[in-house]
Design a protein around this ligand. Structure first.
Ligand SMILES: Nc1nc2c(c(=O)[nH]1)N[C@H]1C(S)=C(S)[C@@H](COP(=O)(O)O)O[C@H]1N2
Ligand SMILES: [Mo]
Length: 362
């Protein structure tokens, strides 16, 4: 085992703070990602918190402020378990870096996305116990980890609109794949915001605040915003660019691997597709750069907040081949063809068509 209980073959973009993704073959063909394989994205040092000392304060535009221990949370509210995919806004950034340099940001491949079964209580139930005031339009989360990159230095935080916070799928979770939530994934308790960028699923959460405005935390107001291609990220400040929240339809190929040499003929191709709140409707795969497409089989839809794994068997020719895949969501929106026109200075939301190069052997 390498650090933080992760598998030895994790692709570690940064050791401190720890930022690592599994290789594509490790994610492939498994509806749930084992904890040792689940990607981890950290902006600061990972705190080791004592679950018995942990408290959650609920404050702001509420009728009653709450201070809840882990046992208060467990005994006071209905338990809920759901399967949800988390995807970092920087997933597949490597495809944008091929278009143009993105200094200072991790070159995530296909693996800044993973799926787990989360157990906890509904944020809506906890907010219900506090009683939301009429001016509450956003719900902000605060954590203790201080990122060196934050300007000015400050602990991690973020917020979601109150309508999302009151939707039953948003959890305060202490369990991951049936075990206590490990420190690296936010234990003792994290927020899980299914269908939104991973950044809103605040780990080690210790404060929930109902407020009129979105969080002014650096990671909400300045980072995780989509800038125009010509913007200078060092010259941008709070409120610049588009705030990222709900995720757009995306997909990638996990098997075979990019660059693999494999026998020509019938070849199984598999990967994931994820469309957040909208859901995945169809996945197409092409061996001729998109002139013609074959529809992949989607796994049974077990949970609305999870990715859909897909697979298809195609006749791989002898010689070099490009395998392309794209997903459609339930609004019939499709992934854009090329990363070229998606490039942005922080390298977010690369949801262009998935493409790998392989060689069919005679
Ligand atoms: N407190 C805190 N929460 C955080 C982060 C962080 O750095 N600190 N990173 C966020 C980002 S950008 C992502 S993508 C997810 C990653 O969750 P994971 O490490 O469990 O995969 O956590 C989010 N929650
Ligand atoms: Mo992220």
């Amino acid at each position: 085992m390498s650090r933080w209980g992760k598998r030895e073959d994790m692709i570690v973009h940064e050791a401190e703070p720890y930022n690592a993704e599994p290789p594509p073959r490790a994610l492939a063909d498994r509806a749930l990602t084992p904890v040792d394989t689940f990607y981890s994205r950290n902006h600061g040092p990972i705190p080791r918190l004592d679950p018995r000392a942990w408290r959650l304060s609920v404050d702001g535009e509420v009728e009653r402020e709450l201070a809840l221990s882990l046992s208060d949370l467990r005994s006071g509210f209905e338990h809920r378990t759901l399967t949800a995919t988390l995807q970092c806004a920087g997933n597949r950034r490597a495809g944008l870096i091929e278009v143009g340099d993105i200094p200072g940001e991790a070159p995530w491949g296909s693996g800044a996305i993973s799926t787990a079964e989360w157990t906890g209580v509904r944020l809506a139930d906890v907010l219900g116990a506090a009683g939301l005031g009429p001016r509450a339009a956003h719900v902000a989360f605060a954590a203790p980890d201080v990122a060196a990159e934050a300007d000015p230095p400050q602990p991690y935080g973020g917020s979601i609109p109150v309508a999302k916070a009151l939707a039953g799928e948003v959890l305060l979770a202490w369990g991951m794949n049936g075990a206590p939530l490990p420190a690296v994934h936010g234990g003792p308790v994290r927020v899980v915001v299914p269908g939104h960028i991973g950044a809103r699923s605040v780990k080690w959460v210790h404060r929930v605040t109902a407020q009129e405005r979105p969080s002014d935390n650096y990671f909400q107001a300045t980072v995780y915003r989509l800038l125009t291609a010509d913007a200078d990220p060092s010259a941008t400040g709070p409120g610049d660019g588009l705030s990222l929240g709900p995720v757009a339809v995306n997909a990638d190929i996990l098997r075979p691997g990019d660059g693999e040499v494999l026998p020509a003929g019938a070849t199984e191709i598999s990967g994931y597709a994820f469309a957040g709140e909208r859901g995945v409707a169809r996945v197409d795969v092409s061996l001729d750069l998109g002139d013609s497409w074959v529809q992949a089989d989607l796994d049974e839809r077990a949970d609305p907040w999870a990715w859909r794994l897909w697979r298809v068997t195609l006749d791989l020719p002898v010689g070099p081949a490009v395998i392309t895949a794209r997903a459609w969501d339930t609004a019939a929106a499709c992934q854009p063809e090329s990363a070229r026109h998606l490039w942005n200075p922080k390298g977010y939301v690369n949801n262009s068509w998935a493409r790998i190069h392989v060689i069919g052997r005679d």
